[in-house]
Design a protein around this ligand. Sequence first.
Ligand SMILES: [Zn+2]
Length: 213
Amino acid sequence: MTRILLTTDDLAPSNIEGQFEFWDKLWKKHKNFQLLAFTTANWNFRLPKKSKFRGNNSILREDFIEFCNKRKNWLLIAYHGLTHEVAESTLPLQDQQKSIKEMLSIFHKFSQKFKGEIVPAYKPPFYRFNSDALNICKDSGIRYFFMQDGILDLQTYNFFRRNDIHLIDSHTNPRAQSVKDGKTISAPDRIDFLYERLDKFLSNQNAWENFIR
Ligand SMILES: [Zn+2]
């Protein structure tokens, strides 16, 4: 069976609700894909003041590890920053080194309890980064750097253009938006729209479409 690799962003303990029902539902119906989930080590971006995750949103939470282990056969974890602050991957060299080091150390601890796979791939929050980010990631053993228009292999410097490899990003964060028939749509319409497209796609793999995240 050919397995399709889909990706999503912003996996963090606080973001599961309202986002992951989507993937569970899709998995229940189609077992021919794996999900590469760009995960934030300790999400701290726009958390509501009353959120129970404030100050306690690390991927090392027991409930989060349990959540990931239950899905270990199809959920692949990749890196998506330390806190998901806007400028994280555009910081000056030393600050960025510190933040990537801290991110990797949290993921390292996570890997000792997570029974699935961690892929050495990194997507900078908001796709914003400077050249320091590329060098630090390379020096830290991260191989695949995800950019808006494709993936850079930091070992060979091959660049895989999004359209050439049919890279499907499906941003299921309920706060994200899509364009449908020229109109911007938000959740819940957007989530239904994405589900419909992925459902159709996974049912007929020849029907490549130009997916819009
Ligand atoms: Zn993100």
